[in-house]
Design a protein around this ligand. Sequence first.
Ligand SMILES: [Zn+2]
Length: 313
Amino acid sequence: MEILKLQPCGKDYLWGGVRLREEYGKKIDLTPLAETWECSVHPDGPSVIANGEFKGQMLAEVLKIHPEYLGAKVKNGELPVLVKFIDAKKDLSVQVHPDDEYAKVHEGDNGKTEMWYVIDAEEGSSLIYGFKHRVTEEILRKAVETGTLDRYLQKVEVHKGETYFVPSGTIHGIGAGILMAEIQESSNVTYRVYDYDRVDKNGKKRELHFDKAVQVMNMDVAPDVKQKPRMVRYYPGSSRELLCRCKYFETERIQVKKGVPFPVSWTVKMKKKQKETQDILSYHTQAAGCSDKARAKASGGRQPIEECGRTGL
Ligand SMILES: [Zn+2]
């Protein structure tokens, strides 16, 4: 099977920057270019195949006709994950995502558990992750009305190369100066809790979804936030690390020394050995949406290889 390269879909959310185009070579004419959805079958930002016999076709359509690309564990030919790059020039809203059960009933979409891999972060940049004190709906409502939500939120300083796992129900906000890869369930359901009273390009404040947000939110004190990578295996000149594993996705970082080839067959062999059949797509989308320069940049001169389904960065 041929590697499927993907043309990502861009988003011009008001907090975005231009780094994904100017430094990472995305050919998408949007300003700001806040997000690129690199590997997606979600109707709100579908990927299009950029090469080979399926060139110009939607990834979602091709997978429906060729579910063998997804392996045996995925049903209905629907890719269950979505991979994005996010360039936060300004703070994103403080938000929360529902779980599957709630999202299916109220939104007709999947819930959203996500993880972040920090590709780059400005000195001193930070994000919001959960609460530092236990809260109630009343406390939150008052805090949003009076603009004092900050005092309840846990702020975490962010560094390049870190991984964060964000289960559905966790209040969070990506801070200014962070460029990251987000791996998530295939979903586009976000409940905004607070948006810094900003207005969009039409002079309008973006909608808040407080009532739904409090129904899905975990109001306990947040647990430990950072995920420590675990080495999976060394190869000559390269290594594989497990970044994050949950019931929705498993993410690895593959680092390759400059000039050292990393044959795809190594991942295939590993998978055969582990009797895994699910991940055919993973080594068919390695080059999806990311130029060599960008890949080299993403790991400080080394070249991470992207995968999907079982995702490597
Ligand atoms: Zn989010």
